[in-house]
Design a protein around this ligand. Structure first.
Ligand SMILES: [Zn+2]
Length: 115
């Protein structure tokens, strides 16, 4: 999908509870409701999980759930921090909800909230 104003390629973004697509060129954006997130085909989201020296059990459970691994592996991942790449906006938002719930520190990109 291209920007209505300058015709540049729009990119998907997730920012907390809102998400949508945004023009990296001129900043024009369309924020979509959750019901329409599935319509965005781009798999462009990356979530970076912050490193945690002593993760709580809720964090381990959440990471094990998201990564489909056991608690030992989840703890290793959390110790160094890690990235989840090539996520759709829809999937990224589901993961962010779980991370928020478990109080896990993360950064999601692309994020345009600071523009
Ligand atoms: Zn534009």
């Amino acid at each position: 999908m291209n920007c209505e104003k300058c015709n540049a390629e729009m990119v998907a973004f997730v920012d907390g509870v809102s998400c949508g697509i945004k023009c990296p060129n001129c900043g024009y954006n369309i924020v979509t409701s959750c019901l329409r997130i599935k319509d965005i085909p781009a798999e462009t989201c990356t979530i970076m999980i912050g490193a945690s020296e002593k993760p709580e059990i809720a964090a381990l459970r959440t990471i094990a759930d998201i990564c489909h691994c056991n608690y030992v592996e989840a703890q290793k991942k959390l110790k160094s921090g890690f990235e989840l790449k090539n996520l759709t906006v829809y999937k990224a938002q589901l993961i962010l909800q779980k991370l928020d719930k478990a109080g896990i520190i993360y950064t999601a990109v692309p994020v345009f909230s600071d523009l």
